[in-house]
Design a protein around this ligand. Structure first.
Ligand code: CUA
Length: 241
């Protein structure tokens, strides 16, 4: 028993160390683009939480496996059979209940964040987007101007109202983190608030035919004044009540 406690302690320490190492590697490898929307911040926190969980579970499995394989391997001259045992009720309850709690907790956390980022804000600016094979058209609801680049005001809640001329497409700007399918025959919505002025790339993220990878558009996040000049319409007029 004394010996078992020492093994458990050693495994515990190794799992903790490995968790940090694996998280560090994941963080190094998964290069995230800058977070350029209000919604990107909680989403990144959620992703980091998942990365920690992944790092821990990976370490738990691999450390225990390698530790046991190495320390309890057959020694020279050992011809005996392993000890026979059947089932372990405590262990089975633990490995059923603990993962269940983890899954429910992460599910709850994700739901809270999803609710938070899709809530309707006051005075959101509505921008229409139309996807087609293979390009994008943008316009404001009360304007006839149609553009191929998407110009958005900074620090302003945006609601994209999106339609498709033909097949499924998907609106995705990696820096904003959020994405939404565009479905023929109906309007889908996507809410986000850009926080950093600059140029981004809108990428179609739903396989939509031969030139799917070419279905990109420039997104320019500009000051509210520049937005007003560009669309000939100020942010207040563009906002819904
Ligand atoms: Cu549109 Cu892929």
């Amino acid at each position: 028993m004394q010996n078992n406690t020492r093994h458990f302690a050693a495994i515990g320490v190794l799992v903790v160390i490995f968790t940090f190492v694996v998280y560090w590697i994941l963080d190094l490898v998964l290069l995230f683009p800058p977070a350029a929307s209000v919604q990107a911040v909680p989403i990144d926190t959620l992703i980091q939480g998942h990365l920690w969980l992944i790092a821990f579970l990976f370490s738990l499995v691999v450390v225990v496996m390698v530790y046991v394989l190495f320390l309890f391997r057959r020694r020279e001259g050992d011809e005996g059979e392993g000890q026979y045992f059947h089932g372990n009720t405590t262990l089975e309850i633990l490995w059923t209940v603990l993962p269940m709690i983890v899954v429910i907790a992460f599910g709850y956390w994700s739901t809270v964040i999803l609710n938070d980022i899709s809530r309707r804000p006051d005075n959101e600016v509505i921008v229409n987007a139309e996807g087609y094979q293979w390009g994008w058209n943008f316009s404001l609801p009360n304007s006839d101007t149609v553009t191929q680049e998407l110009v958005l005001p900074v620090d302003t809640p945006i609601r994209m109202d999106m339609t498709s001329k033909d097949v499924l497409h998907n609106f995705w700007v990696p820096e904003f983190r959020v994405k939404q399918d565009i479905v023929p025959g109906r309007t889908t919505y996507l809410r986000f608030t850009p926080t950093i002025e600059g140029e981004y790339t809108l990428i179609c993220s739903e396989l939509c035919g031969l030139n799917h990878t070419g279905m990109v558009a420039t997104v320019r996040v500009v000051s509210r004044a520049e937005f007003a000049t560009f669309w000939n319409q100020d942010v207040q007029t563009a906002s819904s009540k």
